[in-house]
Write a protein that binds this ligand. Sequence first.
Ligand code: ARG
Length: 266
Amino acid sequence: MKKWILGSLAALSLIALTACGSATEDTSLKKIENKGKIVVAMNPEFAPFEFKTLVNGKDTIVGADVEIAKEIGKELGVKVEFSSMSFNNVLSSVQSGKADIGISGISATKERQKVYDFSETYYESKNVVIVKKSEVDQYKTTTALKGQSVATQKGSIQETIAKEQLKGANMVSLVQNGEMINELKAGKVNGVVLEKPIAEGYVAKNDDLAIASIDLKSGDSDAYAVAMPKGSTALKKKIDKVIKKLKASGKIDTFVKEAYDLSIAE
Ligand code: ARG
C-alpha cells in the first residue's frame, strides 16, 4: 500500500516537473519559423535608420534598420513584415507579442535590459541639440537653454538625457520627430535633442537649422540593438550571428551611409 502511494507521488511530481519545463521552454525561434514570417516593430521617421520614401511610386519603409531586418529574415528563412507605429509603442508591442522584435534605433539601456533581451549592439551615436541657425551662437553650453523649451521624442532616452543635462530648460515631449522640427522652425521650442545622424539629416534638409556645439554625454549602454521578448535565447543567437557578420564586414556603416544619402536626396 505504502509503496503504491510513494510510486504515484513520484509519478505525479514527474508530471509536475515536465509541465514546469515546458512552460519555460524557449519557443522564440520556433514560433517565428512556424509562422514563416517575422514582424518587426519600428517608428519610420528616423532617417537614416527607418523612414518612408517613394520606391517605384509606392510609399516604402527603407533605411539601415530595414536592411538589418532583411538580413535577419534571410538567416531565419522567413518573410519580414514591418509594423510601423509611434516610438513609444515599439517596445511595448514586443512585450505584448504584437511584434516579434523591435528594430528602431533602440538604445539597449540597463533599464530596458531588465524587461527585454537585446542583441549585440550595432550602432553607437552621440546626442546633439538642434537649434535655429540664427541662434546657434547663443547656445553653446548645457546651461544656455535655461528657461527655454527643449523638445524630445516621447519614450526615447533623449527625454532623460535632456532633462538631466540641460538644466533649467522646459521639457516638451512629442510623439513625432517631424513635429519637433516644425515646432523648432516655428519658434515654439528653442532646441531639439536627437542623435547625431538623425539630426544631421534634418539640418541638411533645413537651411534654417544647425547643430549647436553643446556637449551632451551619452550613457555607456546607449548603443542601438535589436529588442526581443525576455527569454529569447534561441532567437538572440541567430540575430547576434547576423549582427556580428554585418559589423565585421562594415556593412552596417554602408547601410547607414547609403540610407543617409537617399534620405537627404528626396
Ligand atoms: N535611441 C533612442 C532610444 O532608444 C531613440 C530612438 C528613436 N527611434 C525612432 N525610430 N524614432 O530611445
